[in-house]
Design a protein around this ligand. Structure first.
Ligand code: 13P
Length: 248
């Protein structure tokens, strides 16, 4: 079976004080031991988070660069994450794709670099409202995933979690219905089985992100192809613990 996976993406939020509080709350809370938990604070607070967080919870960067070292002002390398005991990174978040103009090729290069350096990748994909209304959701998502598959090959997927995050649901309070989420997750799994392999389709976690809250998480968690969540706003609040425990 696929282990339930819940990530908290703090985005560009928090202070030393508030991150310490969140980390303290998580470290002392009773968390479902059958759920893998990963938090992604701003890069400035990665080390602080790793230092104060209990060891059963992992830490992710929100982004990483694909070059090993050198003159890349403002970037962080895979080796630097590894050196700091940061074991995961988000990649391809829609905010980076749109606001920071990252394209499929760059996301694919970064994914390959992260995996090559032993860092797990929470790979984000998802369609805009316009794309959904045009009926091209599956095409958009599989195109994003294909670029990565072309770069990492079949073996790469063992250290990837796919996060399906419809852009219209992110930060809007407009969560996908359980049917909408399940439909896309099933389409992604079908694509994996056809384009990669049946083993990869069976074993890859596909998590949902977009206005997940302590109120809607339990219904979503019942869906057969929803293997967890990527939580933005609610990961900054005590209710994040309820979301982590939604699969009990
Ligand atoms: P919200 O949970 O705030 O909608 O954000 C979702 C997200 O983008 C997580 O990466």
């Amino acid at each position: 079976g696929r282990k339930f996976f819940v990530g908290g993406n703090f985005k560009m939020n928090g202070t030393i004080k508030s991150v310490k509080e969140i980390v303290h709350n998580l470290s002392t809370a009773k968390l479902d031991s059958n759920t893998e938990v990963v938090v992604a604070p701003p890069s400035l607070y990665l080390l602080l988070t790793r230092e104060h967080l209990s060891p059963n919870i992992e830490v992710a960067a929100q982004n990483v660069f694909d070059k090993p070292n050198g003159a890349f002002t403002g970037e962080i390398s895979v080796a630097q994450l590894k050196d700091s005991n940061i074991t995961w990174t988000l990649l391809g978040h829609s905010e980076r794709r749109t606001i920071l103009r990252e394209d499929d090729d760059l996301v694919a290069c970064k994914t390959k670099a992260a995996l090559g350096g032993g860092i797990g990748v929470i790979l984000c994909c998802g369609e805009s409202l316009e794309e959904r209304e045009k009926g091209v959701t599956t095409d958009v998502v599989t195109k994003q995933l294909k670029a990565v598959n072309d770069s990492i090959g079949k073996e790469g997927w063992s250290n990837v979690v796919i996060a399906y995050e419809p852009i219209w649901a992110i930060g809007t309070g407009k969560v996908a219905t359980t049917e909408q989420a399940q439909e896309v997750h099933a389409a992604i799994r079908k694509w994996l089985s056809e384009a990669v392999s049946s083993d990869v389709a069976e074993n890859t976690r596909i998590i949902y992100g977009g206005s997940v809250s302590e109120k809607n998480c339990r219904d979503l968690a019942t869906q057969p192809d929803v293997d967890g969540f990527l939580v933005g706003g609610a990961s900054l609040k005590p209710a994040f613990v309820d979301i982590i425990n939604s699969n009990i």
